[in-house]
Design a protein around this ligand. Structure first.
Ligand SMILES: Nc1nc2c(ncn2[C@@H]2O[C@H](COP(=O)(O)OP(=O)(O)O)[C@@H](O)[C@H]2O)c(=O)[nH]1
Ligand SMILES: [Mg+2]
Length: 311
């Protein structure tokens, strides 16, 4: 395997370790060389539920494994894991899409989501990632609701050498978005990443605020912001789906970022979220460091989940 590719897979494996471990401890190392039996099949089923894969996906995976088991009573755990990975890859078809800034400068990515989902850190991580790969990037601090939000971005920008258009508490987020876009245009930036506020208790205001951000940017350049991604805390399981619908209604989302998959044994929730939203998952968060934000890869995800317990 290519060295860089290997490192990438290792990060997926390590990030998703909690889910993989809880899956393999629940199935008692069943994904190894040992032959399966009815008990171990039931353990796999329970483990998939436990890891938040949801009814539909668990049923589809189990149906495929059981079908093969009926045909071949010598079926081994490792082979069942391969079947599981294949079914999961099918379910996740269409969820992987690479992102890169387009010719149009600046390409604008607006990140939305509830408080604590990871918007601010994800803004910084995305900015850093593209800056590292040679693009010029600007970050707009459009969360003017939390006093600490602008500070938090500043800390990241000092640490990673990012350019940020700051704001102060109470400022109009749409005005900050406007200024950020104007600055990005003037400085000929390839990419503009907009962090936004996420308070839940005044949801309708928040949605109005996000619509206004979009309206204002759309006047600066038709269609901007082209990318409107919802940042979802992956450790909250499928509870996030309701929120996702509300954001989608107000903001016409174009993609998802699913964070905190490292901190949960329920890494299967990503699949339920995708099944419901059918939007590309651009990135997943596997830790707090900048390099822990990874482009989503269906293959790596499925292989990490169904890692053989012999390895
Ligand atoms: N372990 C882990 N923590 C994360 C990840 N993404 C974000 N966080 C943490 O989640 C917390 C909230 O993130 P923040 O970006 O402030 O969320 P915001 O309120 O949506 O802006 C911070 O402590 C982040 O470091 C991730 O992928 N893994
Ligand atoms: Mg924030």
């Amino acid at each position: 395997m290519h060295a860089e590719k290997k490192g990438f897979f290792r990060r997926f494996r390590e990030g998703l370790q909690k889910t993989t471990r809880s899956l393999s401890s629940a199935v008692g190392g069943v994904f190894g060389r040992a032959k399966l039996d009815e008990d171990s099949l039931n353990s796999i089923e329970e483990a998939l539920f436990g890891a938040d894969f949801g009814v539909e996906t668990t049923d589809e995976v189990m149906e495929a494994i059981r079908k093969e088991y009926r045909r071949n009573r010598d079926l081994r755990g490792k082979e069942a894991a391969e079947i599981g990975a294949r079914v999961l890859e099918g379910v996740l078809e269409g969820s992987e899409k690479a992102f890169a800034p387009s010719q149009e400068k600046p390409t604008v990515v607006a990140l939305v989501g509830v408080n604590g989902s990871g918007k601010t850190t994800t803004s910084a991580k995305i900015a850093w990632h593209f800056q590292e790969s040679g693009s010029s990037v600007l970050v707009g601090a459009c969360d003017t609701f939390r006093a600490a939000a602008n500070e938090q971005l500043k800390v990241w920008s000092d640490r990673l050498g990012l350019e940020v258009i700051g704001s102060h508490q109470g400022a109009d987020p749409a005005a900050v978005a406007f200024d950020s876009f104007a600055a990005a245009q003037k400085r000929e930036k390839d990419l503009l990443v907009l962090d936004t506020a996420g308070r839940l208790h005044t949801k309708s205001n928040l949605m109005e605020e996000l619509k206004k951000v979009r309206r204002v940017l759309g006047k600066q350049r038709e269609g901007a912001p082209e990318e409107r991604w919802l940042v979802i805390d992956g450790s909250h399981g499928t509870n996030s789906i309701q929120q996702a619908r509300i954001f989608h209604e107000a903001f016409e989302l174009t993609g998802l970022v699913i964070t905190k998959l490292d901190g949960t044994s329920g890494g299967g929730a990503l699949v339920g979220i995708y099944r419901e939203m059918k939007l590309p998952i651009y990135y997943i968060g596997l830790g707090e460091q900048p390099e822990d934000l990874q482009p989503f890869s269906v293959k790596e995800y499925c292989q990490a989940i169904f890692a053989s317990s012999d390895e």
